[in-house]
Design a protein around this ligand. Sequence first.
Ligand SMILES: Cc1cc2nc3c(=O)[nH]c(=O)nc-3n(C[C@H](O)[C@H](O)[C@H](O)COP(=O)(O)OP(=O)(O)OC[C@H]3O[C@@H](n4cnc5c(N)ncnc54)[C@H](O)[C@@H]3O)c2cc1C
Length: 168
Amino acid sequence: MVLRPSIAIVGNGCAAVECVKALRESRHSGAIHIFADNSFPPYTPALTTYFAADKITYDQLAPLGNADDFYRAYGLETHLDSPVTAIDVNNRIVRNTAGEEIRFDQCLIATEASPVLSPIPRIQSTRVLTMRSIGNAVRLKEAIAAGLKRAIVAHQLPRYPVWLDRVV
Ligand SMILES: Cc1cc2nc3c(=O)[nH]c(=O)nc-3n(C[C@H](O)[C@H](O)[C@H](O)COP(=O)(O)OP(=O)(O)OC[C@H]3O[C@@H](n4cnc5c(N)ncnc54)[C@H](O)[C@@H]3O)c2cc1C
C-alpha cells in the first residue's frame, strides 16, 4: 500500500514555498494544503521597504509572479485570505476563519511573526506604523504620499528596550 500523507502548511511565505518544492522534489504525491491569511502571491517581507520607497514595483515583491501558476504546478489545495485560528493537534485538524476544518497527517507552521507594539501610552495611533507585510508597506507609502516628511524608526527585540534607530 502506498501511503500518501496529507500535509498542511500554515503560511504562504518563503518557508512555505521552499517546503512545497522540497516535498514535491522528494516525490511526495499526497495532498498539500496551503493556508494563508492574505490573497497576495508568496512574497518576501524583506522587500517591503524597497516597495514603500518606490525602489521596486508591486510585481517585484513576488518573485514567483502569478501565484496561481505556482499553486497549480505543485498541485496545491489553497485556503487563502482566511487566517488559521486553531490547530487541533490531537485530532490533526486545521481550522480557519472561513469555517473550514482540514485534516492533516503532518503540519508545518510557517507563519513567522507579526509586529507587537509595546504598551506605551498613545501608541495605538494612526501615526504609528509597523513594517512587516505588504499591507504595512502600502500604509507607509500612503503616509509618504500624504506628506509624511520625517519618521522615527524604532525596533525592539524580546526582553530588550525599544531601540531608537534613526530619524529619516
Ligand atoms: C522590513 C524587513 C526586512 C528584512 N530584511 C531581511 C534581510 O535583509 N535578510 C534576511 O535574511 N531577512 C530579512 N527579513 C526577514 C525575512 O523577511 C524573514 O525571515 C522571512 O520572510 C521569513 O520567511 P517565512 O516564510 O518564515 O515568513 P513570511 O515570509 O513572513 O511568511 C509567513 C506568512 O504566513 C502568513 N500568516 C501569518 N499568520 C497566519 C495565519 N494565522 N494563518 C495563515 N497565514 C498566516 C503571513 O501573512 C505571511 O504571508 C526582513 C523582514 C522585514 C519585515
